[in-house]
Write a protein that binds this ligand. Structure first.
Ligand SMILES: NC(=O)c1ccc[n+]([C@@H]2O[C@H](COP(=O)([O-])OP(=O)(O)OC[C@H]3O[C@@H](n4cnc5c(N)ncnc54)[C@H](OP(=O)(O)O)[C@@H]3O)[C@@H](O)[C@H]2O)c1
Length: 439
């Protein structure tokens, strides 16, 4: 395949956001049961900047270089053997591989198909990429771990953040009474999302105004103002404290036992089935997604903004073909590949000359830039093909779907057909053969 590399955010050392570098790396290839996804947007999570600096999942990823990122939304471009529930062209989203490396800050990822779900159709890829890790955390915490029931009281700390804004909405949907902590600027928004009560943590000790809670979703932790420990006093006997950022330290567990409450750590897991249910809630307008998008080359700024700790909703990276393209590869890029014509060893040189002397000037004269490669594999049906796409996902999909039978020509504009005719004429003139490779 032509253009077998991709843009990705690589870091070669641990450190501050400036270690994040947009560069080119090989494109992954799907194994059996995996899908290759053309990423249109990648979500940013606190675990990303923690890992970048050496904590978070740095121990799992090992020494750099590595590519950060787990949350992705995009379009399936290829599937491995055995995949039956998704197909080329499907729009999907997911948080694959977590906590192992997924390389989500890149134009392509591969991962097991069942770690993805169909993207909610009512939102953009940028919004969808904001969902998986944060929403799965909220879902798995409330539904799977706390077994939240209608009528129970839930306290969500950091309710205005990525996980928090989903937790508020899920808890409300499940029939709970929802109490949210956030600074005052987020209160009206959280009330709109479904919070029944809001507490300004900058002016009020939550334990002074909140009591008889069944579930605390603590997204702040004991690292900030002993938030987990202070939360024990607001829980009913038999209640649950989910200490999500800092986990359940032995002292916290012991204090929980004394108060007759269950204290638990938590780590989110990939779950395509839950993502399907979450997509359904988003498409039914039960759940709103709040996301701010950054171009890929502003990944360092996005990390800085996130690390400041006051994001409303989520931050995402835009990797749509137009946004992610190189400076010299834009909407009017022509991709080309030349294959050797096996039966005529001299043909490859003629194809190269044809490309350089005729096709490339033609392309450039029309304001299109060019990228591509020479594919030197033995191919008895050697031919020259040129494709052009306008950066929309369906073009890429179309290419993937029609490549083998060459019906792609029907999908591509007349300018490329002109190129093909020109190329064909030149090749035929240069190397007369009984049968043209492009006939
Ligand atoms: N264990 C796991 O599986 C797991 C999964 C996901 C996340 N996490 C962890 O959970 C934490 C939250 O993740 P996130 O993605 O939701 O983070 P986030 O989006 O970066 O959180 C930002 C929010 O935190 C709020 N905030 C800051 N300090 C606060 C305080 N003392 N009290 C109440 N709100 C406060 C801010 O609200 P204001 O602007 O109003 O101050 C802001 O809206 C992170 O530490 C993350 O690493 C763990």
């Amino acid at each position: 395949m032509a253009n077998d590399n991709m843009r990705a955010v690589v870091q070669h050392t641990l450190g501050d956001p400036d270690v994040l570098e947009v560069t080119r790396v090989p494109r992954p290839v799907p194994l059996p049961t995996e899908v290759l996804v053309r990423v249109h947007a990648a979500g940013i999570n606190p675990v990303d900047w923690k890992t970048r600096a050496g904590s978070g999942m740095a121990g799992v990823l090992g020494a750099p270089p590595f590519v950060l990122g787990w949350d992705v939304s995009g379009v399936i471009e290829a599937i491995g053997a055995g995949v039956t529930t998704l197909a080329v062209g499907d729009e999907v989203y997911g948080m694959p591989w977590f906590p192992r490396a997924a390389g989500g800050y890149a134009e392509y990822v591969t991962a097991p198909s069942r770690q993805f779900a169909r993207k909610p159709s009512s939102v953009t890829h940028a919004q969808a990429a904001a969902v998986p890790l944060a929403a799965l955390t909220a879902w798995q915490a409330l539904v799977d771990t706390a077994d939240l029931r209608a009528g129970q009281r839930v306290l969500v700390h950091a309710a205005a953040g990525g996980v928090g804004h989903f937790a508020v909405q899920f808890a409300k949907h499940l029939g709970a009474h929802v109490i949210a902590t956030a600074s005052a600027r987020n209160h009206s928004w959280l009330l709109e999302l479904g919070a029944d009560e809001v507490v300004d943590y900058t002016t009020t000790r939550f334990e002074d105004v909140v009591a008889a809670v069944d579930v605390v979703v603590d997204l702040v932790g004991d690292g900030q103002d002993s938030t987990s420990t202070r939360s024990l006093s607001v829980l009913r006997p038999g209640g649950v404290l989910l200490a999500i950022p800092s986990g359940a330290a032995p002292e916290l567990m012991a204090a929980g036992r004394q108060s007759d409450v269950r204290v638990t750590g938590f780590l989110v897991e990939p779950d395509g089935t839950a993502l399907s249910e979450i997509a359904r809630l988003i498409d039914a307008a039960v759940v709103h997604v709040e996301a701010k998008s950054y171009p890929l080359d502003q990944v360092a700024r996005a990390h800085r903004d996130g690390e400041a700790g006051h994001t409303r909703g989520k931050l995402v990276l835009d990797l749509t073909p137009t946004q992610a393209a190189d400076a010299d590869v834009d909407r009017t890029t022509a991709f080309y590949e030349i294959r050797r014509y096996q039966a005529h060893p001299g043909r490859r040189d003629d194809l190269v000359r044809c490309m350089e002397d005729v096709v490339l000037p033609f392309v450039r004269s029309r304001g299109m830039s060019v990228t591509g490669s020479f594919n030197d594999e033995q191919d008895p049906d050697g031919y020259l093909w040129i494709r052009r796409f306008d950066s929309e996902a369906d073009r890429v999909t179309q290419y993937a779907a029609v490549y083998e039978d060459q019906q792609w020509t029907a999908e591509i504009g007349p300018r490329v057909l002109t190129l093909m005719d020109t190329a064909k004429a030149v090749i035929t003139r240069a190397v007369p053969t009984p049968q043209s490779p492009m006939a």
